[in-house]
Ligand binder design. Structure first.
Ligand SMILES: [Zn+2]
Length: 428
């Protein structure tokens, strides 16, 4: 087996509380050792002086669109976008057509991901059959097919009784239920946050209470059942607070933030550019500050993108008609550098923790660590690389990115999946 040594990098692995310049030894598809190993000789050496070496990044909230909407993205193009962004594992959401609600559907995702040979893909199963909210999907069959968690994302689980049973059943299997928190009666027809800015534009809004009401319900159900709950894409100050208080009294609830929710506000909608339209919507500056505080104090332990590709003609329908969502895989890292690292909100170790081991723990997957014996998924980050975001150069099939033209810092320098170099080191 081939031995690869990545030398002179700053190795940051929060799963081992590690942050030091060290050599990382890989053999075959596994991590072999860390630090000086006089008894070993490398077949291949990669000098990454000045770079950060960390466990392969995990994005646990990605829409790959296949099957059913291959004009927006496929498993092959979405995982290529992941690699370009330094992400070695994605968890894909079940709102495909048909929905990912059966063992066969989960197995299809694994087959397509293996065929593409890019990033790892871990399928997330639907909570209810066809994501229709009427009856529980075949959760046991989905788990046999390799589903790692459950959600009806794109939609909430409207029925509290079905959500309660999902938390109970998934809890027995040791799996988390991921909540897209939205009280639909309150958001119907809404295109943005309800507030001063929606009034100004004269469009229907989605109030913060629509998200917070459902977060509150789901935390109560997690408390009642003892199940494991993860709140997707938290966008409001009240939502952060509900999760914080739930965790303080011992409820098994985790929270997730997306870069757009801690960088942009509803003022961006003044341009009427549909690339600022998503669900939950961009909120106010106070909400942005609350999400930053939640990231800092650990209430929000995961950062994920909610990568939601839509073909250009769909986003061109105008603010009111365009679908919700933006792509995120290829901007995740630089946006976190610019918005979290450079202002001093998070240290590199804290950021990497939210992009690796914390997501792996929510999903219960054996990734996100560089401990000896672990799968050799590695991201090498150039924290100083300056570049301009140009969606036309992305590997994703879609272009719905609100950050076009932004000058940013931080980029994946090299990416390894299962010990194989998938993104070659960028030339100096
Ligand atoms: Zn969602």
């Amino acid at each position: 087996m081939r031995t690869l040594c990545i030398i002179n990098g700053r190795v940051i692995d929060p799963s081992q509380h590690l942050d030091q310049v060290a050599d990382l030894w890989l053999r075959g598809n596994h991590v072999l050792a860390l630090g000086p190993q006089p008894q070993l000789t490398a077949d291949h050496t990669l000098d990454v002086t000045g770079k950060i070496v960390c466990p392969g990044l995990i994005d646990m909230h990605v829409h790959l669109r296949e099957p059913g909407r291959e004009e927006d993205e496929t498993i092959a193009t979405g995982t290529a976008a992941a690699l370009a962004g330094g992400v070695t594992s994605v968890a894909c959401m079940p709102n495909t057509e048909p929905a990912l609600d059966s063992r066969a559907a989960a197995e299809f995702v694994y087959r397509q991901a293996e065929r593409a040979g890019n990033a790892n893909v871990f399928p997330i199963g639907a909570v209810t059959k066809g994501r229709q909210g009427q009856e529980l999907a075949d959760l046991g069959g989905l788990i046999e097919g390799g589903a790692v968690a459950f959600t009806d994302d794109g939609s909430p689980v409207t029925s509290a009784e079905i959500m309660r049973r999902a938390l109970e059943t998934c809890g027995r299997f040791g799996k988390a239920v991921l909540s897209h928190a939205e009280v639909l009666e309150m958001t119907r027809g809404g295109v943005m946050n309800e507030g001063v800015e929606s009034q100004r534009l004269g469009v229907h809004g989605m109030p913060a209470a629509a998200e917070e009401g459902m977060i509150q319900r789901d935390i109560e159900l997690a408390e009642l059942t003892g199940g494991r709950l993860h709140i997707l894409h938290v966008s409001t100050a009240g939502g952060v607070d509900l999760i914080r208080r739930g965790r303080q009294r011992g409820v098994r609830v985790s929270g997730e933030a997306c870069p757009h929710h801690f960088i942009l506000t509803d003022k961006c909608l003044r341009t009427r550019d549909s690339n600022f339209k998503m669900s939950p919507p961009l909120r106010t500056e106070a909400d942005v500050q609350a999400i930053l505080a939640g990231l800092k104090d650990g209430t929000l332990e995961v950062i994920a993108t909610d990568h939601a590709p839509h073909a250009p003609e769909k986003k061109a329908r105008g603010l009111e008609q365009a679908p919700n969502g933006i792509i995120g895989l290829e901007t995740l890292l630089p946006l976190c550098v610019v918005a979290l690292i450079e202002p001093g909100h998070l240290t590199w170790a804290q950021l990497i923790e939210k992009l690796t081991i914390n997501s792996a723990r929510v999903l219960g997957i054996d990734r996100g660590t560089l401990q000896p014996g672990a799968t050799a998924d590695v991201t090498v980050i150039d924290p100083a690389a300056e570049w301009t975001i140009e969606p036309s150069r992305f590997s994703s099939k879609s272009r719905n990115c609100p950050f076009a033209g932004w000058k940013v810092r931080g980029r994946a320098h090299a990416v390894l999946v299962g010990g194989k170099i998938k993104v070659e080191p960028a030339a100096a």
